[in-house]
Structure formats: structure tokens, C-alpha cells
Design a protein around this ligand. Structure first.
Ligand SMILES: NC(=O)c1ccc[n+]([C@@H]2O[C@H](COP(=O)([O-])OP(=O)(O)OC[C@H]3O[C@@H](n4cnc5c(N)ncnc54)[C@H](OP(=O)(O)O)[C@@H]3O)[C@@H](O)[C@H]2O)c1
Length: 320
């Protein structure tokens, strides 16, 4: 198994050859064709809560980063309901002792992947697992937009990986108002995706959002240092929820008590990926790709992601 490995962000990712683990009966081996980059990929290489969790719960041996992948099944266990040649998308899971997706092949349970129809590209599909699933959990599972057409939704960080999917899912679910906070350079994109853009450089974004509220759902993909919980809560309608995608330790008190502040942990599975794949296939959902880089340039992709200005998603492509 040819993988990109580096435990520390101070040592660049480098290719290494690791032995393949024997396939369990319910697992598939997938040749990766595209891998998308999430901030969690580089955060796990740093001294962080995620890095610590990966060290405790992850597989032994060299650390392989990455979660999202799309590719082709090259081997299927006898209890896996997939066949060699199936085109799939999924996410690796270190808590199941699985290695990451920055690799020529990954090995996951069949229930962790969804099948791709021929009109969905590997590049677009690879953007879904962490960012798309997290957005769906925020907007739909917590926000209930699919059960309640006519919702009012505010997305803080509407141009990022999670935010650009959150805006589109709210639009698909028939939200009456979608406001998307972004920088001036991204207002055109956010409008095209279906939201009324609020340029955070033009003044206080939360003050500007008040005119479009109160909101049934606020998705904060940036964090409470920039968008304080107290101020976001003041923009909620009765019964509304604030979903923090990246809570800070000081937010844990809000999350611990029953109330309007929630968080999510995006965990891709066939069940939560399949509806997103269907939207890509139908052309109702768009995976915005900022840049494609070869898998071997993952270190450069991490630099770009760490800078925090990626519009949509970064995709690493692997040769067939
Ligand atoms: N809980 C989970 O399961 C989960 C899942 C996915 C991600 N996350 C976390 O959630 C966060 C967001 O992830 P992501 O993948 O969406 O990140 P991302 O794609 O890297 O977000 C970057 C985007 O944020 C915009 N931005 C930066 N500052 C902003 C501000 N003050 N207001 C509004 N927009 C701003 C940037 O555009 P401009 O610079 O032009 O504004 C850029 O488009 C990360 O911390 C990530 O680790 C958590």
C-alpha cells in the first residue's frame, strides 16, 4: 500500500510503502482516484485534541492522514455488497483502526461507501464525505430544514467547504431565507449557490444579518472567536438552533446544557452520503473545487487549507 505519511506538520508528507492489512469479510479495497482536503487532515498532524484522539484510537504504525476519498473497488470481501469495478465515495475512520485516505488504496467497510452513478466525477464526489455530511447534519439533522420548508437559515463561512454545501442544502430544502456571510471576493459565488451574501468586510456581519432574521438555523463554520455565541443566539427565532461546526473549549458549557447551541461530528456513511450523491447526479448540488493538485502535492494543499481562504474544496488527484 503506497501512502503519504508524516506524523508531524514539521516533517513534510512523504511516500512510504506499508503492508496491506488482510481484507475483513465486510470490507472493500478501493483504488483512490480523488481525495479531498479538510482542515482535520492537517489538524491531526498537530498537537491538538484531534491529533491526540488519532494517536490513542488510530491504527498502530505510521500515520496516514486524510478522510475523504472517491475511487474504484478493486477487491471485495465475501460479505461486502459491492463488486470489483464499482465507483464509490466514502470516508476512512481512524476510530475503526483504519488508515487515512492519502494513499493509492484504502480499506473500509462496504457500509462506509456509497456507489457513484456514471455522471458523477470522482473529483466532485470526493468533496462530499466530511464537508457535505457535516453540512447535512447541521442543516437537516439539527436544523430540520427538510421537514420544514420555508426555514430561515444563516451560514457563517458560506464560501468554505462546509458552508458552501450548507447554503445549497438549505436551498434544496426550500428555505425561505438563506443569508451567507463571506468576504467581498466570494459574494458572487455565495449568491449563485442560493444565499443573500453578507460581506463581513463591509461592517459587522451579525448586525447586517439581523435585518434578514430571526433565523431557525444558524450554521457557524468559522467559530465563536469571530462570531460569539451570545450574539448568534440573539439572532435565533423561538425554537431555533445554532450549530457550531468547530466549537472552542469555552463553548463546551453551552453545548453541555440542553438549549439552542449544538455541534456535529461529520461521520460519513453510505446512509448519509447516498442522498448527497443523488443531488450531485441530479445537478441540484455543486461541489465547488478551488484547485486540483496531484496527490503527491498534499503538503502544498495543507499549506493552502491552513491559510483558511480556500473557496469550496481542494482536491488531490491520483492517477488511474
Ligand atoms: N465538526 C465536524 O465534524 C467538522 C467537519 C468539517 C469541518 N470542521 C471544522 O469546521 C471548520 C470549517 O471547515 P471548512 O472545511 O468549511 O473550512 P474551509 O473550507 O477551510 O473554510 C475556509 C473559508 O472560510 C472563509 N472565511 C474565513 N474567515 C471568514 C469569516 N470571518 N467569515 C466568513 N467566512 C470566512 C474563507 O473565505 P475568505 O477568507 O475569503 O472569507 C474560506 O472560503 C474548520 O475548523 C474545520 O476543522 C468540523
Amino acid at each position: 500500500m503506497h501512502v503519504l505519511t508524516s506524523r508531524s506538520s514539521r516533517l513534510p508528507l512523504a511516500w512510504a510503502e506499508l503492508p496491506d492489512r488482510a481484507l475483513r469479510p465486510d470490507e472493500v479495497r478501493v483504488a483512490t482516484r480523488a481525495v479531498s482536503v479538510n482542515p482535520v487532515d492537517w489538524k491531526m498532524r498537530e498537537v491538538s485534541l484531534l491529533g491526540f484522539a488519532q494517536r490513542i484510537l488510530g491504527p498502530r504504525g505510521p500515520f496516514v492522514c486524510g478522510v475523504d476519498f472517491a475511487g474504484e473497488v478493486i477487491e471485495a470481501g465475501p460479505k461486502a455488497d459491492l463488486s470489483v469495478g464499482d465507483r464509490v465515495v466514502g470516508g476512512t475512520d481512524f476510530s475503526r483502526s483504519q488508515r487515512g485516505s492519502y494513499a493509492r488504496t484504502v480499506q473500509v467497510r462496504a457500509s462506509q461507501v456509497a456507489v457513484l452513478p456514471p455522471n458523477v466525477s470522482f473529483d466532485a464526489a470526493s468533496c462530499l464525505p466530511v464537508a457535505g455530511v457535516t453540512a447535512a447534519m447541521a442543516v437537516r439533522d439539527h436544523g430540520g430544514t427538510h421537514r420544514r420548508p420555508g426555514s430561515r437559515v444563516l451560514v457563517l463561512g458560506a464560501s468554505g467547504g462546509v458552508g458552501h454545501f450548507a447554503v445549497q442544502l438549505a436551498r434544496i430544502d426550500g428555505a425561505a431565507v438563506i443569508a451567507g456571510v463571506c468576504s467581498q471576493r466570494n459574494t458572487g459565488l455565495v449568491q449563485r449557490l442560493g444565499a443573500t451574501p453578507i460581506d463581513y468586510g463591509a461592517g459587522d456581519a451579525l448586525d447586517a444579518a439581523r435585518a434578514l432574521g430571526p433565523f431557525d438555523v444558524i450554521v457557524d463554520a468559522i467559530g465563536s472567536t469571530t462570531y460569539p455565541v451570545r450574539r448568534c443566539k440573539a439572532l435565533l427565532a423561538k425554537g431555533g438552533v445554532l450549530v457550531q461546526i468547530m466549537p472552542m473549549p469555552r463553548d463546551y458549557l453551552h453545548l453541555a446544557i440542553p438549549g439552542p447551541v449544538k455541534t456535529v461530528l461529520g461521520r460519513p456513511s453510505r446512509q448519509n452520503l447516498a442522498p448527497l450523491v443523488a443531488h450531485l447526479a441530479a445537478g441540484t448540488l455543486d461541489a465547488v473545487i478551488a484547485e486540483r493538485l496531484p496527490l503527491g502535492e498534499a503538503e502544498r494543499a495543507h499549506e493552502l487549507s491552513r491559510a483558511g481562504r480556500v473557496v469550496g474544496k481542494l482536491v488531490l488527484t491520483a492517477d488511474a
